[in-house]
Write a new protein. Structure first.
Ligand code: IPE
Ligand code: IPE
Ligand code: MG
Length: 241
């Protein structure tokens, strides 16, 4: 299957909870279950990379209580889910500006990212305090620093080399980007890495996004013709050859 990397903007937890007359954090809690089933579906379909947008650099501006609950939930989920994920062949990594988190949480993320499953099935990237614009600026800074240190030169910079300075490194570009929750925007998620992604906006709120809905999107993705600038005729010829 030509689907190497799925990225998801997991949106709609707050509205899901509000519809049930419960606090927004109840929705975030319910969303953890969806994360679990989404990972399982990726493993089942043999998709090797999944990047989940869990907390944006803009989400710090939410009410303090909600941010605090999200941090607690994040810590609790890492403690609770990691052993099982390892068993399933999932390698966890974290992308974003991690320095802003508490020492305890930073330590936990470091510890978890050092764990490698025996039989690797899925690279799971969790984007926290992540912003697409931050990612590009951070890459530019690191590149400039390598130029100043004589490790590389400006003339050597190519798209491929620049990609290596970004937080997902030399991993594959996103093939399929999904946003749940009905909004039609990117909200400063991956920018560079979605340059040629197929985008699906799904109305389902994140806690209700089940394996069936996810698999349906994967099937629809398979039916899309990715032309990368070529004509439809060219693509068909290549398929037939
Ligand atoms: C996404 O759900 C989770 C995070 C941003 C942490 P929201 O909390 O944004 O849910 P809605 O969009 O308000 O429904
Ligand atoms: C995007 O959702 C961030 C995450 C899903 C983590 P938001 O709910 O924060 O996005 P906006 O504010 O609607 O653009
Ligand atoms: Mg939202």
């Amino acid at each position: 299957m030509n689907l190497k990397h799925i990225a998801i903007i997991m949106d709609g937890n707050g509205r899901w909870a509000t519809q049930r007359k419960r606090p927004r954090t109840f929705g975030h809690q319910a969303g953890v279950k969806t994360v679990r089933s989404t990972i399982e579906t990726c493993v089942k379909h043999g998709i090797p990379n999944l990047t989940l947008f869990a907390f944006s650099s803009e989400n710090w501006s939410r009410p303090e209580k909600e941010v605090q609950r999200l941090m607690e939930l994040f810590m609790r989920s890492l403690n609770k889910e990691t052993a099982e994920l390892l068993k399933q062949g999932v390698k966890q990594s974290f992308i974003g500006d991690l320095n802003r988190f508490s020492e305890k949480l930073q330590h936990k993320m470091f510890e978890v990212s050092e764990l490698h499953p025996e039989d690797l099935k899925l690279n799971l990237n969790i984007a926290v305090n992540y912003g697409g614009k931050w990612d590009v600026v951070d890459a530019a800074k690191n590149f400039a620093s390598d130029v100043l240190n004589g490790k590389t030169s400006i003339d050597d910079l190519s798209e491929e080399q620049f990609n290596n300075y970004l937080s997902l490194g030399d991993g594959p570009m996103v093939d399929l980007l999904i946003r749940t929750g009905g909004e039609h925007r990117i909200s400063n998620f991956l920018l560079w890495q979605i340059a040629y992604a197929e985008i699906f906006f799904e109305d389902t709120l994140w806690p209700d996004f089940d394996a069936t809905t996810f698999s349906q999107i994967i099937n629809k993705f398979q039916q899309r013709e990715r032309r990368f600038g070529q004509t439809s005729e060219q693509i068909k010829e290549q398929k037939d050859a």
